[in-house]
Design a protein around this ligand. Structure first.
Ligand code: SF4
Length: 420
């Protein structure tokens, strides 16, 4: 891994550097006989970081594989194992990858695909932690990993919020789940949990979340200095490093760059005249066609200025207060009733001053895709702005049609023109 000058590096350089560093740290831990944990993306990392356990994030790893056009090979390994295409492609990409790592561990040498894949090389876990605050797939997927590898599985069970605000008994229940997770980690490591260190880790998490939210707010300026697709690019660190200072350093630098850009009259696509439309993107990015989906909007002069998806990591709570942390980890917008979810979506569309909405009907992610159109109709009634949807998938390239996508975003542009 190349070293960089942290104080002088651009945010883009920091992003690449810290992503590679996280993988390297996981390998160092493995080689030193220390545990490596695979974690769900919105499971709390605070406990493992306080216990000095290296973390690897299968969803981010799969997204990276998708962006590097490496997911299809891994999906085919999962296909051969019998995993159905209706299962989330993050899970299938990861389970395909795990199969290659298992073969390497068994045979003492890398299978050919592991040598050639462009997916990042990460170690097998010694423990997994998952949380059903974004979907139930994450329970079965991680139970499956734990069963196949014969390792412990920590589950943070989070009830679905059928009404809002979050009920007191739900927060108490989740806080108890946290206490059980700590006990499991103490038993697993044979070490006592350090509550003082834990509070510091929580404080770090809050600083990272502050800067993450600040980036998204730059897109609320009109014209926007932020190209909203950069939220997808930088997302890896809010997922994988929110409890370390890596995310804070990178996001702070990015905010400084955006501030300077805005002052210099430079915006997402160039000067102010290049921002023809502003759109909210609803759903996960199509990682396998990230460039094509971005260019399709750019060709229409449409800047992405809003998205609920990056806001899933806006995990704001009071350090030292378990119930406050419990509330943050349960009120993730897709873990809430329709009425709350639509209102959250409306806030993003309206704060981002969007003229239209693009809905990703994601075959993998039923929970993200299912209520998209209802959310669009809700906002359409309140603001009168149009929306289109397209069929896709975050990491399975077989499910996305570029022609359909381009047709839909062109139609949206025409509808926005008609309303201007
Ligand atoms: S993409 Fe959707 S189904 Fe897959 S792990 Fe994430 S929330 Fe769950």
């Amino acid at each position: 891994m190349d070293s960089i000058n942290i104080n002088e590096a651009s945010s883009k350089e920091l992003l690449g550097y810290f992503q590679a560093k996280l993988d390297e740290e996981a390998w160092e831990a493995k080689k030193a006989g220390k545990p490596v944990c695979w974690s769900a993306s919105v499971a709390p990392p605070e406990f493992c970081v306080a216990m000095d356990i290296a973390l690897v994030y299968p969803e981010t790893h799969a997204a990276g594989a998708g962006a590097r056009k490496a997911s299809m090979d891994l999906l085919e390994v999962a296909d051969k194992k019998g995993y159905n295409i209706d299962i989330c492609s993050y899970a299938r990409t990861n389970l395909g990858y795990m199969e290659l790592l298992k073969q390497e561990a068994m045979n003492g040498e890398k299978p050919e695909l592991l040598k050639t894949t462009k997916a990042a090389y990460v170690p097998l876990p010694d423990i997994v932690i998952t949380c059903n605050n974004i979907c139930n797939t994450l329970l079965k997927w991680y139970e499956n990993i734990a069963k196949e590898l014969n390792i412990p599985c920590i589950i943070i069970d989070v009830p679905f919020n059928h009404s809002m605000p979050v009920a007191r008994h739900c927060k108490e229940y989740i806080a108890d789940q946290f206490r059980v997770a700590i006990k499991q980690l103490e038993e697993f490591t044979g070490r006592a949990f350090d509550y003082d260190k834990f509070t510091k880790v929580q404080e770090q998490t809050q600083r990272t979340v502050y800067w993450w939210n600040k980036i998204a707010a730059y897109a609320y300026r009109k014209p926007s200095p932020l190209n909203g697709f950069d939220l997808f690019n930088y997302m890896a660190l809010i997922v994988c490093a929110r409890s370390r200072d890596y995310g804070e350093i990178t996001f702070h630098r990015f905010c400084d760059e955006l501030e300077a850009k805005d002052k210099a009259g430079k915006y997402a696509f160039g000067d102010a005249s290049t921002e023809k439309h502003r759109v909210t993107w609803e759903g996960i990015a199509v990682w396998t066609f990230l460039g094509a989906t971005f260019k399709g909007l750019k060709a229409q002069g449409s800047v992405m200025t809003g998205s609920c998806y990056p806001g899933m990591w806006s995990l704001v709570y009071t350090p030292g207060d378990f119930e406050s942390m419990a509330e943050a980890y349960t009120k993730v917008y897709i873990n809430t009733c329709g009425s709350n979810r639509y209102e959250e979506f409306y806030k993003v569309v309206s704060n981002s001053k969007s003229d239209g909405m693009v809905m990703h009907l994601n075959r993998s992610c039923k929970l993200m895709g299912l209520l998209n159109n209802e959310g669009g109709e809700y906002v359409n009634k309140k603001m009168g702005i149009p929306f289109v949807s397209f069929d896709g998938d975050q990491t399975d390239p077989r499910v996305f049609s570029e022609a359909q996508y381009l047709n839909r975003v062109q139609a949206l542009s025409e509808m926005m023109d008609a309303q201007a």
